[in-house]
Design a protein around this ligand. Structure first.
Ligand SMILES: [Zn+2]
Length: 294
């Protein structure tokens, strides 16, 4: 029986059934495994706007795209994926479309503006407040790309699934780097929840495709805590994650891990965890260039 299957598969491959276009529909395990990883292209578009020139210089010098590409080197895709950074006429946005992933310099600038002068009382360093949200943005958009290119089934909101995809990958880094990425990512949302018991927002905000910043914050903190309650125990003791939510986060993480394993792991080379585990972020105690010092 097995040899019969092998013959059939060999025939399918030889007759060209496994071309990239065919794979967009319903790939089988063996077809996916035939695909090559290392499918990411990168491009820094020189900023036309003088205001965004410092951001262009910052990300180019820091080799942001090269580093993101190395995080995604194990990704198998039916075609190449371009990661691009450019200025967007004042729009601080990031998205995925047919052309690939685009992150605007204005988007990075918004993150850069909010970087704290010094390490926060909660232990978030200026470097992590800059690096975490940038990595999160690219991984989130890469999530959209994978969902689209592989036609991954999603039950629920794609924006939330992309957030979890990003958080799950960040948690595959070694413990120390994972902690830095999660807290850096959290930092961008913290201003919305800091020292507030209640928030007032226009009702229509709740209709957004994305969850509210506070929900996105608690989601990422919850699966981080659930992945390792020791390593991320400080999220609860420092009051970032309410105990009521924390109680079930282990199950939430296991649910994400199961979904990733069933739906997404075959789109990565088996070495994904080792690749991310070995990845080094810029030193946490090195201060990033100050936005004001231009
Ligand atoms: Zn999105």
């Amino acid at each position: 029986m097995r040899s019969f299957v092998v013959i059939l598969l060999t025939f399918a491959m030889a007759s060209g059934l496994a071309s990239a276009e065919d794979l967009r529909a319903t790939p089988t395990g063996s077809q996916i495994e035939k695909l090559q990883a290392d499918q990411i292209d990168i491009e820094y578009v020189e900023s036309a706007s003088p205001e965004m020139r410092p951001v262009y210089d910052l990300v180019k010098k820091a080799e942001v795209l090269e580093k993101i590409r190395s995080m995604l080197v194990d990704l198998r895709l039916p075609r190449r994926l371009l990661l691009k950074m450019r200025s967007c006429e004042g729009k601080d946005d990031a998205w995925y479309d047919e052309a690939g992933v685009t992150v605007c310099y204005e988007f990075v600038d918004q993150i850069w503006k909010k970087v704290p002068e010094r390490t926060t009382p909660g232990g978030i360093t200026p470097m992590d407040a800059l690096v975490g949200p940038i990595v999160d943005a690219f991984l989130h958009e890469a999530g959209h790309a994978i969902f689209d290119l592989w036609k991954v089934p999603i039950l629920g909101r794609e924006e939330t699934a992309a957030d979890y995809f990003s958080a799950y990958l960040m948690l595959q880094f070694n413990k120390q780097e994972a902690h830095r990425l999660i807290m850096g990512t959290a930092y961008q949302y913290l201003e919305y929840v800091r020292s507030k018991k209640e928030v007032t927002i226009p009702l229509t905000k709740l209709a957004d495709q994305h969850e509210t910043p506070a929900q996105r914050l608690y989601n990422v903190l919850c699966i981080a805590y659930g992945s390792d309650t020791q390593e991320f125990g400080d999220l609860v003791t420092k009051g970032y994650l309410p105990k009521e939510r924390a109680d079930d986060c282990k199950e939430e993480y296991q649910q994400q891990a199961h979904a990733f394993d069933k739906l997404l792991s075959s789109y990565f080379e088996p070495g994904l965890t080792q690749t991310l585990n070995a990845h080094k972020l810029p030193p946490a105690d090195r201060p990033p260039p100050r936005r004001g010092a231009r």
